[in-house]
Structures are given as C-alpha cells and as structure tokens.
Ligand binder design. Structure first.
Ligand code: HSE
Length: 312
C-alpha cells in the first residue's frame, strides 16, 4: 500500500465551563495549534515539535497526537498496515493553562488519521473517540465543531450541539506564566455540592445558553457566575477575584475561569476600545498579586478543527 501522504490540520484553543457549565459548556476561539501527520508502514516515529512547551511534550509512543491517531486506526483495518508515523506540532496555545492544548492534540491526531484513510468517520464519531481519550467532552467538542458547545454524556456516549451566538463577542484571555495541571485543579473540588449551589449553577447555565441564542447581553452578564468549581479553585490562582473585578470595571460583561485554569477569560462586546482596556486591567491586577500574565484578544472560532490545504 505504501506510506500515506502528509496531511496538515489546524485546531482551535477552547475555553471550557464558561462559568456555570462545569464539564459541559465550552467555546472555540481564534488561537490555533498546527499539526501534520504522515503514516508509515514501517514501525518508528519521527517528531518535530516547536512552540509553547515543546520540551515538555513526549516525542515517543506516548505522544498524544500519535496515541489518538492510533486509537482511530484501531477501529479500522488500517491498524495493522500503518505502524509508524512522522508528526509535526507547532504549539501556539499555551500548555496546561486551561485553553484546551491537550484537546488540540487529541483532535489533531484523530482528524489527521481520519483524513489519511479517506474520512470513514464523521465529526460525531470523532467526538466519541476524543471524549473517551480526554475523559470529558467540554474541550474536545468545541475543538471539533467550533462555536459555543453544549455537551452531555450518557452511558459513555457524548452528545454535543454547537451554537453560534447572536452577539458578536470578543474574549480576553489573561494567561498567567504558571501551569496548573487539570488533575490538581480537580482534586480541590468537593465530591458533593449543596442543593442551593446546584440550583445556582443549573439556572445560570440554562440562562447563559438562552442569552447566547437570543443575543441578550443583559442575561449573559448575569449568567457568567459559578458556585461549584471556581470558588474552590480560587486558592490556586493568586488574585483571581481581583482580576475578575478589574475586567468588569474596565467594561467586560463578566469573566470566568477558563477550563481548570489558570487562564481567566473575560467576555466583552466591543473589540476596539473595551477589549484592550480589559486586557490591560487584567494583566495589571495579576501583577499586583505577584503573577506575570499575558493577555490575548480573541474572537469565537466558528469552524472547529480543519484540514489545511489538502495533502503534501
Ligand atoms: N471541565 C474541566 C474542568 C476542564 O474544569 O476540570 C478541564 O479541561
């Protein structure tokens, strides 16, 4: 059969939870990692990894792009044909910061391998594979579909729908210069929440989705709050409360912990004047708390992971 050609894919960063939608809501934004994959008949892997955190990414069979590509191939007759590969990764999305960098690698491996064997799987199949690999759908779903996504899992099966909001949102991601492994950020969460906190979140998560669909900024502003994960994670992110306050004072609708953090994500309606002011205010508030941070002004990605310009 011979080795495959090389396919290039681009996968967006994602911000999970969106405040009240813990492990369910997420959106894709205009910051991208780029990957390429070639499958070879001969065993052995070659990597070229550049960009953010390149030294921390395994360049062997444990590499997430490779493991995800293999996972997909194992559901096909090609598993025994392609035993090796050549992978490039160019990372723009900061690693371990709550912007879905691991989801980009999972989705890239799946999307690229799928393209190389003639796209036998649709995006809904890729969602199942990606959710099984990642453990929850809230980052992989927007990375695959783009837009804001609402996801559920039932008996191990993920379901997602993607919304394009009626509001033109601009996001400000304030990314601290320290990493926070998701595992650590999940360990601080309680096993049980009170009924009051559950109602607080359910009502706001529902309102958030309605506000996006209706394009209602007032209700969006009132729904970007959480009672079941952000309060517990606050101690892991110096100045979190102050950064939220600074973002709102500078004109943001609200701000949330992005995924498991430490990135904080502000939502704004005006790109030219308000977003840069929010960015400066968030970085300054972090600085007052002894944290160096970099702000990125982003839009919603509406497309999700894509194959770039065919094959090489
Ligand atoms: N929903 C997850 C969490 C996102 O908050 O732990 C982590 O990727």
């Amino acid at each position: 059969m011979g080795d495959t050609r090389t396919v290039r894919v681009k996968v967006p960063a994602t911000s999970a939870n969106c405040g009240p939608g813990f492990d369910s809501l997420g959106f894709a934004c205009t910051m991208y990692n780029e990957f390429s994959l070639k499958l070879t008949e001969k065993e052995g892997l070659e990597f070229e990894i550049t960009g953010d955190g390149a030294d921390a990414i395994p360049a062997d069979e444990h590499n997430v792009v490779w493991r995800s590509a293999r996972y997909l191939l194992e559901h096909t007759r090609f598993a025994s044909v392609y035993k090796g590969g050549v992978i490039t990764m160019h990372n723009i999305v900061p690693l371990s910061r709550g912007l879905g960098s691991s989801a980009t690698a999972i989705v890239a491996g799946l999307k690229a391998a799928n393209a190389l064997i003639g796209n036998p799987f649709g995006r809904r199949d890729l969602l199942q594979f990606a959710t099984r690999i990642e453990g929850h759908p809230d980052n992989v779903a927007p990375a695959i579909f783009g837009g804001f996504t609402v996801s559920t899992t039932y008996k191990g099966r993920a379901q997602t729908f993607s919304i394009l909001p009626k509001l033109r949102l601009t996001f400000v991601a304030a990314v601290p210069d320290f990493t926070l492994p998701t595992k650590v950020a999940r360990e601080v969460l309680p096993e049980m929440v009170t009924r009051e906190d559950a109602i607080f979140n359910i009502s706001r998560a529902a309102m958030l989705v309605a506000a996006l669909l209706e394009g209602n900024a007032y209700f969006l502003r009132n729904s970007l709050y959480d009672a079941i994960h952000e309060p517990y994670r606050m101690k892991l992110i110096p100045g979190m409360q102050e950064v939220f306050y600074a973002a709102k004072k500078a004109g943001a609708l609200g701000a949330t912990l992005s995924g498991a953090g430490p990135t904080l994500m502000a939502y704004t309606l005006e790109r030219e004047r308000v977003a840069p002011a929010v960015a400066d205010a968030m970085v300054a508030a972090f600085r007052r708390n002894g944290v160096r941070a970099k702000a990125h002004i982003l839009s919603l990605d509406t497309r999700g992971a894509s194959v770039l310009g065919g094959f090489l």
